[in-house]
Design a binder for this molecule. Structure first.
Ligand code: SAM
Length: 315
């Protein structure tokens, strides 16, 4: 990209934008896209290679040594670009957008989530198991990263949730219309959309499926901001780290989503610190996130069920 811009400006003796016809811009755009596509293919190819190499003990050992080397690591990071690791989700985002601009806003995600409303995935069964005994008591639910509200429809099919229930979806603001429209198309009046995390205060159930890895703070830190803690907290279908926190990028090919694999120990101890007991946790085998530079991180997707035991101040 840099090379093309410079050569053009040398020819004209001005900046690349001055004195150029529309056709030149189109050509320049094509070249830029072609070069970007090649670079993205190189990044993905190298990441795959490293992941494959890291599956052997010897390969994993070598990558871990390279990761600690002040000389080799920058070279690997350059080759991995958005498949590297980052100090924060913001830094991961700034890198990823230069290669693949689409993220949570890709329209295919919306249609995918609408389809998920019709199916019960393997990882939904532990949630159904733990919710079945308390489903009839639930009157308020906060669904973090709830997209079009697909989780509600999927669970309601089995649990027949109360007609008095208010199910609040909290997602990025641009998802509001899609959620509202989806609920309307199904003649469902129990769903609401909220931009405010504070709407989670004191709910019967706080649920987050496939989304806690998109949040920088640990869940304990998020919940600590609430005036009153939710009674039941279910986290499902997110990749976690058996090591410390790792910020990486989840590559959905058409889109990329910066994410944080929260370290399990820190994650659970923050919840215990708020007065929650861990009732159960389960692995989710439907998918796995592999981080090329961290072959020692298992990246297994997991689910957790926490129940509030004590909250003298806030319950
Ligand atoms: C993989 S989808 C999960 C959708 C649904 N919960 C499910 O299990 O099928 C992740 C969702 O998290 C949402 N999300 C990502 N970052 C977010 C943020 N900062 N605040 C609110 N929602 C966010 C995305 O827009 C997306 O709808």
């Amino acid at each position: 990209m840099l090379f093309l811009g410079r050569s053009e400006s040398f020819q004209s003796g001005t900046s690349p934008e001055v004195g150029r016809s529309g056709g030149d811009f189109v050509k320049l755009g094509h070249w830029r896209n072609a070069i970007r596509s090649m670079r993205v293919a190189q990044i993905r190819g190298f990441a795959r290679l490293l992941i494959l190499f890291g599956r052997s003990r010897r390969g994993a050992g070598l990558i871990m040594r390279a990761r600690r080397s002040r000389v080799i690591r920058p070279v690997l990071e350059r080759l991995l670009a958005f498949h590297g690791t980052f100090p924060s989700i913001e830094a991961a985002s700034a890198c990823a957008v230069r290669y693949v601009p689409e993220s949570h806003d890709h329209p295919k995600q919306m249609s995918l989530h609408s389809e998920f409303a019709q199916v019960t995935r393997e990882s939904d069964y532990p949630v159904l198991f733990f919710l079945a005994p308390i489903a009839s008591e639930l009157r308020s639910v906060f669904d973090l990263g709830g997209s079009v509200g697909n989780l509600f429809f999927q669970l309601d099919r089995h649990l027949h949730l109360s007609s008095d229930l208010v199910w609040t979806v909290h997602d990025l603001p641009f998802k509001r219309n899609a959620m509202v429209e989806f609920a309307r198309s199904r003649d469902e009046g129990r769903l609401r959309f909220s931009d405010e995390f504070s709407s989670a205060s004191g709910v019967d159930l706080f649920i987050v499926a496939g989304a806690i890895h998109f949040f920088e703070p640990t869940l304990g830190t998020l919940l600590a901001r609430l005036d009153r803690f939710p009674k039941h907290v279910i986290i499902n279908r997110s990749p976690f780290s058996n090591l410390d926190d790792i910020v990486a990028v989840h590559d959905g090919k058409l889109w990329v989503n910066p994410c944080k694999l929260h370290g399990i120990d820190k994650f659970c101890s923050a919840m215990r610190g708020l007065g929650y007991e861990l009732v159960a946790s389960w692995p989710v085998h439907e998918r796995r996130t592999r981080v090329p530079l961290f072959p020692d991180c298992d990246g297994t997707y997991r689910g957790f069920y926490f129940r509030l035991t004590e909250d003298p101040e806030r319950a």
